[in-house]
Write a protein that binds this ligand. Sequence first.
Ligand code: MLT
Length: 235
Amino acid sequence: MKIDLIISADDISEVKTKGKTVVVIDMLRATSVITTALNNGAKKVIPFLTVEEALEYSKDNRKNFILGGERRAVKIEGFDLSNSPLEYVKELVNDKVVIMTTSNGTRAIKGCENAKNLLIGAMINAKAIAKRIIELDNDVVFVNAGTQGQFSMDDFICAGYMIKLLEENDNVDLTDVAFTAKHIYESHEDIQSFIVNARHYNIIKSLGLEEDLGYCMKKDILDIVPFYENGEIII
Ligand code: MLT
C-alpha cells in the first residue's frame, strides 16, 4: 500500500486524491468534533464551506438541526454549538443532524470529494481508521487540514501515528513526507511534547480551552470510522 500525505487544505491536489482512500485529519478540532458527535448518536454531519450556506440549508427546518462550528476558533453567531467536541454530548446531538462549518476542517473534506473512500480521522479514532484502511486495501493519502493553508504540527503527528499503525500491520510504501510524519510520531509518542509548540494548540489554549486539547490528544478512545458520501458524513 502506497501512503502519501498532503500538508494543508490549500495543498490538496485532485490528481493525488482521485480514486484513493483519503483520510482527512483536523484533530484540533473539527474531525474530533465530527467523530464525537456521531459517536454520541448524531444521525449525520453535513459539512459546509461557508456560514451562509449552512444557514441557508437549515433555515426552513431550523429546529431539526444542530448548527456547529467556528470562525477564529469561536462559536459563530446564530449557531447552537462551537467547535468544542465536549459540547457534542448525547443529550444534545442524539438523533439530530449536525450542520457544520469550520475554517479548515470542513474545507479540507469538501476538497477531497473525488476520493474513492473519504474517511474522517483524529487521534481519538486513529486505530479504527487504520483498521478500515487495511480492509479497504487501496493506496492512501492523508490530508491534513492544517491552519489557514499552512502546515500544522498537530495534524502531521496524528497522521504519523496512523502511518505507524499501518506499518505495524501491512506492507507500506511511504513517500518522504509520510515517512517524516511517522518519524515525528516515533520521537514523540506522548504527542503533547510535540503539539505543545503548534500555533493552533496555543490559540486554543489562550481561549481557555485546555479541556478540548486534552480530549483531542487522547488516543483511540472511540472505535468508529466516520465517512463522507454524497455530501454527508455518517458511520
Ligand atoms: C478548523 O476547522 O479550522 C478547526 O477545527 C478550528 C478550531 O479548532 O476550532
